[in-house]
Design a protein around this ligand. Structure first.
Ligand SMILES: [Ca+2]
Length: 441
């Protein structure tokens, strides 16, 4: 808190897995803002997947081999791309060589059965090795960061954290052919709208000449370079920061970091505001206010929210709007989250991710931002536990909007209503002992 009070006038991420780092992109397990309120889609958003049926087209003719069906889809897509105005030459050169990426077929079918608790993600994000490497990068690219901050007013520690969480500072960028990966996702169908849209963006990128076809390498999910931009994001936000004529997010740190800064800036980054601040709340605090309610800091103070050290907020801070989150329930740490938190979620629509970026970023500046212990003794609910919980809540009249094993806003709302009925803190957070209590009911 003192950090915020003092530095308010200043500026106020393997992983976990590789590329699509944040594979856990949806906020399924973590109380977060209402994702439906997102104005523009984040770079990668689990919600962007779709489940449209594809059984009406020729690609599902069972007599054909997989490769033949793929080629039918490909010929059709190429025809449509040309009809949309892309040159026949370009389309043939870029799309015709595409082949099925077996990894994209396999992995896209895999459903996560178990989600790590939020603290595992946050701990991993700011591991000692990631902090050490980040400090080295900050030192090695000091002048680059100076120039990027001057142009975009996005602080270097946040950019470094994104670089670190996305690709371990450029070490794990994915080595899959972009066109084949996206073509496979499109052919497969579950993400056809997304993948075809991204393929058209690849055509545009090559057509406009600021990237070369041979550069189009990344993760099977379609994310490229040190900052893991999908093609539409690349097309709309990548910059040639070093001015060599090539938007090189793979080899040029200046281009990659400048592009990330440009992205955050265009999504409303506020240089003079914090990302999140840990807070305490009074006994009997109404946890129904967490997650979606937006109030000014002064209003939160009136509602019983306090700084960790008990000092008042600065006058300026009092007027900032914030939401309150308790990602580990009422026994864990609570945070006021500000506009910049939502801007980070435009990068990856996950509360855990945004927290990870902030925790790593602050660690790179020598700050520890979470002091309250997480409720680690509580074993996280399994996928089956979550479904059992959803069935029981629904049976008791608290609709979870379906039984899918994913704890999203609807399920948290149902948990809150059930908690309220028993006079429990309505934090929307289900623990094993609470689950036992629910099931006994
Ligand atoms: Ca460049």
């Amino acid at each position: 808190m003192h950090r915020f009070l003092i530095s308010f006038a200043l500026f106020s991420f393997a992983l976990l897995s590789t590329s699509c780092a944040s594979a856990g992109d949806s906020d399924a397990d973590i109380p977060a803002a209402n994702e439906a309120q997102t104005e523009t889609p984040p770079i990668r958003n689990a919600e962007a997947t779709n489940t449209e049926a594809t059984n009406t087209d020729v690609t599902h003719n069972s007599v054909m081999t997989e490769a033949e069906k793929f080629n039918v889809w490909k010929a059709d897509f190429m025809q449509r791309a040309v009809a949309q105005g892309y040159s026949q030459d370009l389309v043939a050169r870029l799309i015709a060589p595409a082949t099925i990426n077996p990894k994209a077929i396999e992995r896209d079918k895999t459903q996560p059965e178990f989600t790590k608790p939020v603290w595992s993600y946050v701990d991993g994000a700011a591991s000692a090795s990631r902090v050490n490497s980040g400090e080295t990068k900050l030192a090695n690219f000091r002048t680059t960061f100076d120039a990027i901050e001057a142009r975009y007013q996005v602080p270097r520690h946040i950019l470094t954290a994104i670089w670190g969480l996305e690709t371990a500072y450029g070490k794990i960028m994915g080595s899959d052919d972009m066109v084949s990966s996206l073509a496979t996702l499109a052919y497969q169908g579950r993400r056809r709208t997304f993948a075809e849209r991204e393929m058209l963006a690849l055509l545009e990128m090559v057509q406009d000449g600021y990237v070369r076809q041979d550069q189009l390498v990344g993760s099977w999910t379609g994310a490229m370079g040190m900052t893991q931009f999908i093609p539409t994001t690349f097309r709309d936000y990548a910059v040639d920061f070093d001015g060599d004529g090539n938007k090189d997010l793979w080899e040029s740190e200046a281009d990659a970091l400048g592009s990330a800064a440009h992205y955050l800036s265009r999504h409303g980054w506020r240089a003079s505001e914090p990302v999140m601040e840990e807070v305490r709340v009074v006994d009997g605090f109404d946890y129904g206010l967490t997650e979606t309610t937006k109030r000014t800091v002064n209003q939160w103070t009136t509602a019983g929210v306090m700084t960790m050290n008990g000092q008042p907020w600065t006058a300026d801070a009092g007027f900032l709007e914030a939401k309150l989150i308790a990602p580990g329930g009422h026994r864990g740490p609570k945070f006021l989250i500000f506009k910049n938190f939502d801007v980070i979620k435009k990068y990856n629509n996950s509360t855990s991710y945004a927290m990870g970026i902030n925790v790593l970023g602050e660690a790179l500046r020598g700050n520890t931002v979470i002091s309250t212990p997480w409720p680690r003794e509580n074993e996280a609910l399994s996928f089956e536990d979550k479904k059992t919980m959803q069935r029981k809540l629904t049976a008791l009249g608290y609709s979870t909007g379906g039984v899918d094993g994913q704890v999203g806003p609807n399920t948290r709302k149902a948990i809150r209503a059930w908690q309220n009925s028993l006079g429990l803190p309505a934090d929307g957070y289900m623990e094993q002992d609470l689950l036992a209590r629910l099931l006994a009911q």
